[in-house]
Ligand binder design. Structure first.
Ligand code: SF4
Length: 388
């Protein structure tokens, strides 16, 4: 069940940005022990300060950064440039193993790998690696569970467990990068080129840690993983103040808005946060983001049979987006078990797409692989909790 409604205190990360949420929604993480501090939670200066606190020279932190972000290792045995007597202590204090792979599923001849992770407190999250010709995308979780309660989403039904730390987010990408570098993914050794925050959670409800993760992912090696900012996509259901704050960060990451309906009547039901920030406000924030960054905003629209896939809604969506720096991603919904929400008929999907295209709105239907992945968002963890 979604967590009960609570006023969000300003001291909660993201709380000032997501405050005043409607009944049934929450951005407040559960009362769990936070994960231990990790090097990837800190900027380079913070890492050196942490090394000093351990009685070590600051440059030891730089050495550890190189191991983690360049060599993709957190195993003290690999760290032969550190004094043998200090390796275990340094790695234990600054590179604790935060996530354990509980289960791995592959499809598309091994080029899609979905991992269910267990955090140290037992929380489950998942990530997906997708290799395409010429690029590799990691889809990561930003929260364990989600407090946004979208009724068609398995994760939303389970509610929010807690925010992930920046290092827990980065660890999902490092694990993918390691598998790629080791040649474990068909296609030969490779690198992660794109990261999308479209796994479990509402990224902008965990603003500070997501931003920290974006910095670690995009800082040049060895301070970070050196992924291009343009390769990062942060998605949101429409937390308007947080979109505004992200626009002012001076980053060039892409924003994806999960719209799912062009009219407030339906969106209030499909994306309950719409009761707080209406379609017009969300899109105004999105266009301001596009103006500030020069990046085209991605409008995500899950096509749900007889719910939001009518031709008139395609026309309404086209009117909202006409002339804007936007691109629509249509996602055929892959239903969660036992759900009354299901994918649109292919003919309705084609009609919806054609109506947008006819009005000059750039639109694509997410490919089969993306559909499978999106449909499975939250399902792997949900299945595991059920013992399936
Ligand atoms: S669709 Fe996204 S925002 Fe909505 S409940 Fe699911 S994970 Fe949360």
């Amino acid at each position: 069940m979604p967590s009960p409604a609570v006023p969000v205190p300003a001291s909660v990360p993201g709380g000032d940005l997501a405050g005043g949420l409607p009944i049934g929604l929450t951005s407040r993480p559960g009362r769990r022990q936070p994960p231990p501090r990790h090097l990837a939670d800190l900027d380079p200066a913070g890492r050196r300060a942490a090394a000093s606190q351990l009685g070590q020279q600051g440059f030891r932190a730089d050495q550890l950064s190189r191991h983690y972000f360049a060599r993709l290792t957190d195993d003290p045995a690999d760290m032969t440039d550190l004094p043998a007597g200090d390796r275990a202590e340094l790695a234990g204090a600054l590179l604790p193993r935060l996530l354990t792979a509980e289960r791995e599923l592959t499809c598309d001849e091994g080029t899609t790998r979905k991992t269910l992770w267990r955090a140290l407190d037992g929380a489950y999250i998942e990530s997906v690696l997708m290799r395409y010709p010429g690029r590799v995308t990691m889809c990561v979780s930003s929260q364990a569970g989600c407090g946004m309660a979208c009724p068609f989403c398995a994760t939303g039904q389970a509610g929010l467990t807690r925010n992930l730390s920046a290092a827990e987010i980065v660890a999902q990408v490092v694990a993918g990068a390691r598998a790629l570098a080791a040649g474990e993914v068909p296609g030969g050794p490779g690198r992660i080129s794109n990261v999308v925050f479209m796994g479990m959670g509402e990224p902008l409800a965990n603003y500070a840690h997501v931003l920290g993760a974006v910095r670690r992912l995009t800082d040049p090696v060895p301070d970070g993983l050196g992924i291009s900012q343009r390769g990062i996509t942060v998605s949101t259901v429409g937390l308007v103040p947080a979109i505004g704050r992200l626009a002012g960060e001076g980053l060039s990451v892409r924003l994806a808005v999960s719209l799912h309906a062009p009219d407030d009547g339906l969106r209030d039901e499909l994306v309950p946060v719409n009761r707080r920030w209406k379609v017009a406000e969300v899109l105004a924030a999105a266009w301001a983001y596009a103006a500030a960054t020069g990046r085209r905003v991605s409008i995500e629209y899950a096509l749900i049979r007889d719910v939001n896939d009518q031709a008139w809604r395609a026309d309404a969506l086209a009117r909202l987006l006409a002339g804007q720096l936007a691109h629509v991603n249509l996602i055929p919904l892959n239903p969660t078990p036992g759900s009354r929400w299901t994918a649109s008929r292919p003919a309705d999907m084609r009609e919806f797409e054609a109506r947008l295209a006819a009005r000059g709105v750039p639109v694509t239907v997410r490919d089969t692989r993306g559909t499978q992945i999106d449909g499975a968002c939250g399902q792997l963890a949900a299945t595991d909790r059920a013992g399936g």
